[in-house]
Design a protein around this ligand. Structure first.
Ligand code: PRP
Ligand code: URA
Length: 209
């Protein structure tokens, strides 16, 4: 069964509270998405495998750890997931980045795929899927199914706000995927928006409406 981690560090809670405020503009909102993604990435990469290397310090020769293997690929779900990319790349600059384009049909709330480009060597990488909002869970579930067709070493999902409905749906559809979220909110409304939430993440990041 999926491990679920709510990364509710005080710095993350503080930044997320500012994001929730409807008077916070796109410039600040975008910056905060990036900062929260970076802080969450620290937690989501806690179990990355290490391998020893021999290093000559100015004093002695000794063994120390480095990251093992081909490491990471981040896969943002377009559009809103793009807002998290710069933050995670600040921590893992050598990671590869794939992109999956999905939008929710406003009537059915079902995800519609319009783009998929993943790193060629994804089968040798641990994948972290990025999307700030886990609402019904449909977008994350479909994105992860697409990635699984390419057999990566592992997949994690990193979001900012989850609704209970989306969290349960994602756990049921992909029990092998560990989930990291900064907050678990109360519910979805009749239009599939997370309550209390922060509104439409894509629109708030990119200043569209
Ligand atoms: C938002 C969000 C997620 C999705 C979550 O994207 O970024 O991808 O909704 O909803 P779900 O869990 O019910 O699938 P949206 O469809 O608004 O597209 P956008 O990012 O291009 O604005
Ligand atoms: N997508 C968003 O951007 N916000 C929500 O509350 C739900 C889906």
């Amino acid at each position: 069964m999926s491990n679920v981690t709510i990364t509710n560090h005080p710095l993350i809670q503080h930044k997320l509270t500012i994001m929730r405020n409807k008077n916070t503009g796109s410039k600040e909102f975008r910056q905060l998405v990036g900062e929260i993604a970076m802080l969450m990435c620290y937690e989501a990469t806690r179990d990355l495998p290490l391998q020893p290397v021999t290093v000559e310090t100015p004093l002695v020769t000794a063994e120390f750890n480095t990251l093992a293997g081909k490491k990471l690929a981040f896969v943002p779900i377009l559009r809103a997931g793009l807002g998290m990319v710069d933050g995670v790349l600040q921590l893992v600059p050598s990671a590869r980045v794939g992109h999956i384009g999905l939008y929710r049909d406003p009537e059915t709330l079902k995800p519609v795929e319009y783009y998929c480009k993943l790193p060629g060597d994804i089968s040798e990488r641990e994948v972290i899927v990025l999307d700030p909002m886990l609402a019904t869970g449909g977008s994350a579930i479909d994105a992860i199914s697409l990635i699984k067709q390419r057999s990566p070493k592992s997949i994690k999902f990193m979001g900012i706000i989850a609704a209970p409905e989306g969290l349960e749906a994602l756990k049921a559809a992909h029990p092998d995927v560990d989930i990291y979220c900064a907050a678990l909110d109360e519910k979805l409304n009749d239009h599939g928006y997370i309550v209390p939430g922060l509104g439409d993440a894509g629109d708030r990041i990119f200043g569209t409406k």
